[in-house]
Design a protein around this ligand. Structure first.
Ligand SMILES: [Zn+2]
Length: 312
């Protein structure tokens, strides 16, 4: 009994650590590079490995920085009925105060501020910061496309649907690891904060269906086993949903996870493109100007970059 409880605890917390899972985040960042318009595409293509590998840095930061976690989500329930959305950070701070915002999450403003920092890095032609902030921006934009990052019932804990977070963003997303994504083109965002809030509400609007489908599939499979314990690469055992169940759930959602991934890809590219336009379309740093550590990364990957594992 105690042991079972321990696994539930481990499972519960392991769900809170990461969004999308490592692989989907990397996949999303990589594909965002592939749809950037010229000359951004030529520049980012050279650094595609960096942008891909560092897609998960913000999740790793959660281990060492307690201020990091709220940057990945927002509980939108407190915003329902407030007609002044999309709110900027200062307006929200006036209404709720810094402490409550920290508790409720701040992903929309994190995305917005990261875009501004990226714009500044473009203006300064600071290669290291351009790459670092682009990779991080990709992460936060992808996070706000995860519907369960926009609700206080983020893991189904309020509706007895524990584990739904991982089911949606890691197990279902995992089905699409080798999928040929076809996102729309990157666009210049006239009002970035408005776009960010729109994407977030689109995430939130999917929640009712996400919970209803989980219940429907779980009820239908009541007599059969839908989960089993599996040892992960880090040695920790966790409860996994069986593949058939995951596929059934995905079908019930009408492939919305895949669509959300494609929208993440398009919107990351749009955010990067917009930051560059707002910076005045400056020339992009040349290879010769690379700081040592970035030069090293590129040297390692010179051959692989040009081929890319591109579906386009
Ligand atoms: Zn995250």
């Amino acid at each position: 009994m105690r042991r079972g409880f321990l696994w539930v605890i481990l499972f519960f917390f392991s769900n809170q650590l990461f969004a999308w899972g490592f692989e989907p985040h990397q996949l999303i960042n990589k594909h965002a590079v592939l749809i950037l318009p010229s000359p951004l595409f030529d520049f980012y293509k050279k650094h595609i490995k960096y942008i891909t590998e560092h897609a998960v840095d913000p999740d790793k930061k959660r281990y060492i920085d307690t201020n990091e976690a709220p940057k990945h989500y927002i509980d939108l329930e407190i915003f329902i009925g407030i007609d002044s959305a999309p709110l900027n950070y200062n307006a929200a701070k006036t209404i709720w105060g810094t402490d409550l915002i920290k508790k409720q999450g701040s992903v929309p403003w994190t995305v917005y501020f990261t875009m501004q920092r990226l714009q500044y890095a473009f203006e300064k032609q600071n290669l290291k910061n351009i790459l670092k902030l682009s990779a991080e921006l990709g992460h936060y934009v992808a996070d706000l496309h995860v519907p369960l990052h926009t609700t206080e019932n983020y893991n189904g804990q309020l509706t007895n649907q524990h584990g739904i977070h991982k089911l949606w963003e890691t197990e279902v997303a995992g089905i699409y690891n080798n999928y040929a994504f076809l996102p729309n083109e990157a666009q210049y965002l006239q009002k970035p904060l408005d776009s960010i809030w729109k994407w977030m509400w689109e995430s939130h609007d999917q929640l009712a269906n996400i919970f209803a489908c989980e219940k429907k599939c779980r009820d239908k499979n009541q007599s059969g086993l839908t989960q089993s314990y599996t040892t992960q690469t880090n040695g920790i055992m966790s409860l996994q949903n069986n593949v058939d169940f995951v596929r059934e759930y995905d079908k019930c959602l009408k492939l919305k996870v895949n669509l959300r991934m494609e929208e993440s890809i398009q919107h990351i590219a749009s955010c990067i493109y917009t930051s560059w336009i707002l910076a005045g379309q400056p020339p992009l740093p040349d290879h010769n100007e690379l700081p040592d550590e970035v030069a090293l990364i590129n040297k390692e990957n010179t051959n692989s970059h040009d081929h890319g594992s591109c579906h386009h």
